[in-house]
Design a protein around this ligand. Structure first.
Ligand code: PLP
Length: 376
């Protein structure tokens, strides 16, 4: 039995997503920009997915822009909004626990003259709205915070921070990377007070290579890819109809069950924590009130990669941190106060509602064996 517990890295596409992609590659393979029937059929598929995704976050259809994934959405949000606005305002505020696609992008903007402030968690490992508000001022163009941290599952106080900041500085553009929260936690654009939101298809049982940037009406974002003016000129390039169709199909399937799945994954998290509490030398790095979909632990004295390969030999797949960094530490755990040997031995388990208790049993058993057999 192979046990896949790396769903924060990517998820298995659902049948509906695969069928929708296949249909758009076989029956409806037209180019949405073509003026004939085949083009129109492809356009209808893109329109439908746009509507389904818009509805899923309480947005209007024409605020949804398709991209190649959340990395591009984050780039478009940060580069596009700062270049539209940043001539007058030169400061960007982010959290210090963002995904590389945000952190590396603002680091690049920093090298081009923007001032970047990274707000870090306090000693208790939590971020506070007041700390963000303190850093914002009349010179700030952008505030970017993720909804759920991909390494620990920590849920950031985005709603509170954005509404605080908007009250004081209504002109600051707020961006939220919602990749690890979408289709897992309830998400409404108005309640979140976000001007820009990034989403990714492959984290929600659609396919790799498709994402969305929600852009609130009235917010100016300059394109980073120019060309044939698809997506109203914000993101040129022929739309990937199969991937967009898959994204829409996965959202259509998952949107009605967010609460139900949250409850069942919460039970799985409890079950997992009970199981591993019986294993000596395990420390839990995720907060109790984090997203249940991600559980980060440290296996005392056992380096992450070694534990990972030990588990892999038993066909149990987990991650040593964020998969994007290929086993390299991103530094984000350190920001949460998880440092040194504890960070070196971190293992991330990430589940879906389809995860089975016996898969968690197999993981806990293998972890126990690893603790006994692995040296150093
Ligand atoms: N943001 C977060 C929080 C992520 O976890 C990821 C992927 O790991 C991304 C952005 C990048 O998404 P994509 O793979 O669609 O580019």
């Amino acid at each position: 039995m192979s046990v896949y517990l790396d769903n924060a890295a990517t998820t298995k596409p659902c049948e509906e997503a695969v069928a929708a992609a296949l249909n758009a590659m076989t029956e409806n393979f037209g180019n949405p920009s073509s003026l004939h029937r085949a083009g129109l059929n492809a356009q209808l598929i893109v329109d439908k997915a746009r509507k389904v995704i818009a509805d899923s976050i309480g947005a209007e259809r024409d605020t949804i822009y398709f991209t190649s994934g959340a990395t591009e959405s984050n780039n478009l949000a940060l580069r596009g909004a700062s270049s539209a606005y940043g001539r007058k305002r030169r400061k960007i505020v982010i959290s210090s626990v963002e995904h590389a696609s945000v952190e590396e992008t603002v680091a690049d903007l920093e090298s081009k003259g923007f001032e970047v402030v990274r707000v870090a968690p306090r000693e208790d490992g939590r971020l506070y709205a007041a700390d963000f508000v303190r850093e914002c001022d009349e010179n700030t163009c952008l505030l970017s915070m993720m909804l759920v941290n991909n390494e620990t599952g920590y849920i950031l106080p985005v709603k509170e921070t954005f509404s605080f900041v908007k009250r004081k500085f209504p002109d600051i553009i707020t961006h939220c990377d919602c990749v690890q929260g979408y289709m897992k936690l309830p998400l409404r654009v108005q309640a979140l007070n976000a001007d820009l939101i990034s989403l990714s298809g492959h984290k929600i049982h659609a396919v790799k290579g498709v994402g969305v940037l929600y852009i609130k009406k009235g917010i100016r974002v300059l394109p980073i890819v120019t060309g044939g003016k698809q997506e109203k000129g914000i993101r040129s390039g022929t739309e990937s109809v199969p991937l967009i169709a898959a994204f829409g199909a996965a959202v259509e399937k998952l949107a009605p069950t967010i609460q139900e799945r949250y409850e069942s994954v919460s039970r799985l998290k409890q079950y997992l924590l009970e199981k591993i509490s019986a294993v000596d030398g395990i420390a839990v790095n995720s907060p109790d009130d984090g997203s249940p979909y991600v559980v980060n632990i440290s296996a005392e004295g056992k380096r992450s990669e070694i534990m990972l390969h030990f588990l892999e030999q038993k066909e149990i797949y987990v991650s040593s941190g964020s998969a994007c960094s290929k086993g390299q530490q991103s530094g984000v755990l350190g920001q949460f106060g998880i440092k040194g040997k504890r960070a070196d031995s971190a293992v991330r388990i990430s589940m879906t509602a389809e995860t089975k208790a016996d898969e968690l049993d197999a993981f806990a058993e293998a972890l126990h064996e690893g603790m006994e057999k692995i040296r150093g």
